[in-house]
Design a protein around this ligand. Structure first.
Ligand code: COA
Length: 381
């Protein structure tokens, strides 16, 4: 990358300030902040069902030690990753997505009722077209739904949630299935120790629709800087990027450049999202970051003033599953009871583009609300 990415406060259409001191200051001024869920003119929109999938095949650091010039010690100390999951040779992104949706249905049997739109965030689609979203929709009983893919690399899930949110707020869609589905291990050179150790496969799925006022998404901050495209890419039709950068067969990554970029934009965009929602770091119950490198996450936590024990981390077990990391972490923390109804979440991600995305959300636990309504009905309240 020859030029630094602009900071989100310059590049984002939201023009949110990223002043380091601002989130705590902003929390004192909540009432004046215009956000999706506090603005009663707009419906509150959030996540009402979720699921995730990681293939059963585990690839450990010892497996890499056996065939590459690397060590468990190097991988753990530089990345935090201990193992990752690999899809089978005949499985592709749509398979990861379908199984994530099946997991959602196991937990929320009526979760897909009324879904009219499917968005798939993926950087490793089955085909250029048809959209992987269409392939998934047809296999989960959603033939006829609008379906399209969204390409924002590892930022894709947060980007896709913002699109789903906007579609519901605008009335274009009523209920959107957002799926992240990735098989990066198939397009990463397994003989290159610089990159092979980082990635795993998997999928996540969430349903986005109207939720009661006071819940749901509060802010989104999205950005990208194509001047940094040469730091992280995988070829498609073209054999070179603008600037005459030739693209080879496999995913290319300049680890050091991406690292510097990630540290900057995760902090900047997360702070901007908090400020836009009128939140301070003390208001955040759970940070759900893109799971690329533990050192990048630690630096973001330091910037935010959010302790690591309020951060959902699973990269030690799954590695970087690109657009699937955030929904995988979100689903896991909901399933094991860490994330509870009404808690304040902050999601932050970065990736190829170069791109970045952050969002704050008040968690709506549909199952908890349904159980409460049932009890109230039983006692005749
Ligand atoms: N095992 C052992 N040594 C390795 C290695 C491995 N798996 N991978 C790289 N090295 C070597 C390098 O060749 C280099 O050797 P040299 O000094 O002789 O040239 C040395 O380790 C240090 O490399 P460097 O790139 O400075 O390491 P690092 O501390 O920056 O860590 C990454 C490398 C890739 C882990 C780190 O840069 C990173 O995580 N970057 C961001 C990547 C990312 O987030 N990608 C996903 C984007 S969504």
């Amino acid at each position: 990358m020859t030029q630094d990415a602009p900071r989100p406060d310059k590049a984002s259409p939201h023009k949110a300030s990223t002043d380091k001191a601002s989130p705590d200051k902003a929390s004192t001024d909540k009432a004046s902040t215009d956000t999706a869920s506090t603005d009663t003119a707009r419906p509150a929109v959030g996540i009402t069902a979720l699921g995730a999938y990681a293939p059963p095949k585990v690839v450990t650091n010892a497996d890499f030690e056996a065939r590459l010039d690397t060590s468990d010690e190097w991988i753990v100390s530089r990345t935090g990753i201990r193992e990752r999951r690999y899809s089978e040779p005949g499985d592709f992104a749509s398979d990861m997505g379908v199984r994530a949706v099946q997991n959602l249905l196991e937990r929320f049997p009526d979760g897909l009722e009324g879904v009219d739109t499917v968005v798939c965030a993926t950087g490793s689609p089955d085909a250029m077209f048809p959209a992987t979203a269409s392939l998934i929709a047809a296999q989960v009983g959603l033939r006829g739904a609008a379906a399209f893919d969204l390409s924002a690399a590892c930022s894709g899930f947060v980007y896709a949630c913002s699109v789903a949110h906007a579609l519901v707020v605008a009335g274009t869609a009523r209920k959107v299935l957002v799926v992240s589905a990735e098989v990066l291990t198939k397009i990463v050179d397994q003989g290159d120790r610089n990159i092979a150790i980082l990635f795993g496969d998997g999928g996540g799925a969430v349903v986005v629709e109207a939720v009661p006022q006071g819940y749901g998404f509060e802010s989104f901050v999205l950005g990208s800087d194509g001047a940094g495209a040469g730091s992280l890419y995988i070829r498609c039709v073209a054999d070179r990027l603008p600037g005459n950068i030739p693209m080879g067969q496999y995913t290319y990554m300049n680890g050091r450049e991406v690292f510097k970029f990630a540290v900057r934009v995760l902090g900047d965009s997360g702070l901007a999202a908090m400020q836009k929602a009128g939140l301070g770091s003390k208001d955040v119950d759970w940070l759900i970051p893109h799971q690329a490198n533990i050192r990048i996450i630690e630096s973001a936590c330091e910037r935010f003033g959010i302790p690591m024990d309020k951060t959902v981390i699973n990269l030690d077990r799954y590695g970087n599953t690109s657009a699937a990391t955030v929904p995988l972490a979100l689903a896991e923390a909901c399933q094991d009871g860490r994330i509870k109804d009404g808690q304040q979440l902050l999601m932050v991600a970065f990736g190829g583009g170069l791109s970045w995305a952050a969002s704050t959300m008040k968690w709506y636990d549909r199952a908890a609300h349904a159980a409460k309504s049932k009890v109230l009905a039983e006692v005749g309240a």
